[in-house]
Design a protein around this ligand. Structure first.
Ligand SMILES: [Zn+2]
Length: 79
């Protein structure tokens, strides 16, 4: 749900570099400064085998993002 542009983001090591995580695309995710700080303070981020990102709060509840709702034009039912 973050709208930060990629050029504001840092590369986060999913398996931390200090724990032997390599610097590779498979072990990397782009996070803005705010969310990168959160991931290093109790939040968890994982990329599934199918490439889908999943995130959890420090209390282990998953953060679920609903699809964005796009407004229909006011006259879309005309005709
Ligand atoms: Zn962010």
């Amino acid at each position: 749900g973050c709208d930060a542009p990629a050029h504001w983001c840092d590369v986060h090591h999913l398996v931390h570099w200090a724990d032997g995580g390599e610097t590779s695309l498979e072990n990397s995710g782009l996070l803005c400064e705010r969310h990168h700080t959160k991931v290093h303070h109790g939040f968890t981020i994982v990329r599934d085998a199918d490439g889908r990102w999943r995130t959890w709060r420090p209390d282990s509840t998953e953060i679920l993002i609903l699809p964005r709702i796009t407004a229909e034009p006011a006259n879309s039912r005309a005709g």
